[in-house]
Design a protein around this ligand. Structure first.
Ligand SMILES: *Cc1c(COP(=O)(O)O)cnc(C)c1O
Length: 393
């Protein structure tokens, strides 16, 4: 199968990514780190072939290449390159495409690891980063410095408040390359390239692999940029494992049904929470009360399994809530079968000052949930119990 499929995404998810496994029906793990050549000429050709998968697995590997082709096809991209984690993919795009003296415009609302890369690593290499409010119309375009800005970076929906960036507006920015971290949406929720965006990044550790058993990242873009990124990736060494790539292919087989079910349950629970006084500021892009609900309807097919809200009781209430849940579990990550809760103020963002936390949209009582595949009534009963525990401390 090629990247020009006219099949629907649900079908591509089931049928794609099989080039190297025929006649096996399930993905085949090519565990070998190296490949035997018959001649010097063949070895030289294998080493130089872009996208080659029979030379040495840091350059390319048949199982990893199958995963890459599957993601490219789902995103409507010409090609893709897999990495050993989402941050491996993020770092390759940033450090593989930017040089000393270059400028990046980034939405303020992004994953904490990406933010740290921009704030702590980019300045060391002379790369200047300007943060703007990604929800404000025109803000990203206005921050572009013609001839200087190389990347415009957005995440939508974004950690943790599920803020959105307008993909049409981003895709229309001329000059720099535009990037979307589309981890929360998956290709089933939105396709940034259809809106003119140049590069799509995923932490495939999350919903794509989808079972919390793979650490994996991927970049989908043009053939030309994948060739360039591959040149960097071979030296960066954040190579995807064929075992994780096989789990990625296996996960994507069921992504359409998992993602649809998670979206449905998240919307049901968010609606229920929205009507409950014990939770404030309930956020999910599919809720009519989301400030960018119209934009969500325009650019998202499915709004995904993430939701967040604030507990009026603040820090102590947040701690009580995440320790009181019994069906949901306290763990970082998202997009898997198990419902996970996090309390950023006491975990991932514990080192930030109160005003720094507020700037990234996190309050002392903010709870983020990744809704899994459990029965919705069981989850609602669990939330009900944990909300009472949070309120009654
Ligand atoms: C988890 C995550 C990442 C980083 O991915 P890893 O696989 O953990 O390295 C990047 N962006 C977003 C939006 C994420 O949720």
């Amino acid at each position: 199968m090629t990247g020009s499929s006219d099949l629907h995404p649900d079908t591509v998810a089931v049928r794609g990514g099989r080039q190297s496994c025929s006649p096996a029906l399930a993905p085949v793990v090519w565990a070998s780190s190296t490949f035997v050549s018959d001649s010097v000429d063949e070895a030289r050709q294998a080493a130089l072939a872009v996208g080659g998968d029979r030379f040495y697995s840091r350059y390319g590997n048949p199982t990893v290449n199958d995963f890459e082709r599957l993601v490219a096809e789902l995103e409507g991209a010409e090609a893709a390159r897999a990495f050993g984690s989402g941050m491996g993919a993020v770092a390759a795009v940033v450090l593989g495409l930017c040089s000393q003296g270059d400028h990046i415009v980034a939405a303020r609302q992004i994953y904490a690891g990406t933010q740290l890369l921009f704030q702590a690593v980019c300045p060391r290499f002379g790369i200047d980063v300007t943060f703007v409010d990604g929800t404000e119309p025109g803000a990203m375009a206005a921050a572009v410095r013609p001839g200087k800005t190389v990347l415009v970076w957005a995440e939508t929906p974004a950690n943790p408040r599920l803020d959105l960036v307008d993909l049409d507006e981003l895709g229309a920015i001329a000059g720099p390359m535009t990037v979307v971290d589309s981890t929360f949406a998956t290709p089933l929720g939105q396709r940034p390239i259809d809106h003119g965006v140049d590069i799509v990044v995923h932490s495939a550790t999350k919903a794509l692999a989808g079972h919390n058993d793979a650490t994996l990242g991927v970049v989908a873009t043009s053939q030309e940029l994948v060739q360039w990124l591959t040149g960097f990736a071979v030296l960066q060494g954040a190579t995807a494992s064929p075992y994780d790539a096989a789990n990625g292919i296996r996960g994507i087989r069921t992504l359409p049904v998992r993602f649809a079910r998670q979206t449905g349950t998240a919307l049901e629970l968010a609606t229920w929470l929205d009507a409950d006084d014990r939770a404030a500021n309930v956020r999910h892009p599919g809720l009519p009360s989301h400030p960018q609900h119209d934009l969500a309807r325009r650019q998202m097919r499915l709004t995904g399994g993430l939701l967040c809200f604030d507990l009026p009781g603040g820090l102590d209430a947040g701690r009580r809530f995440v320790e009181a849940v019994e069906v949901a579990q306290l763990a970082s990550s998202l997009g898997g079968p198990e419902t996970l809760v996090t309390h950023p103020a006491s975990t991932t963002h514990v080192n930030l000052l109160p005003d720094e936390m507020e700037a990234v949209g996190i309050g002392p009582g903010t709870i983020r949930m990744s809704i899994g595949l459990e029965d919705a009534a069981d989850l609602r009963a669990d939330l009900d119990r944990a909300l009472s525990a949070a309120a009654g401390g």
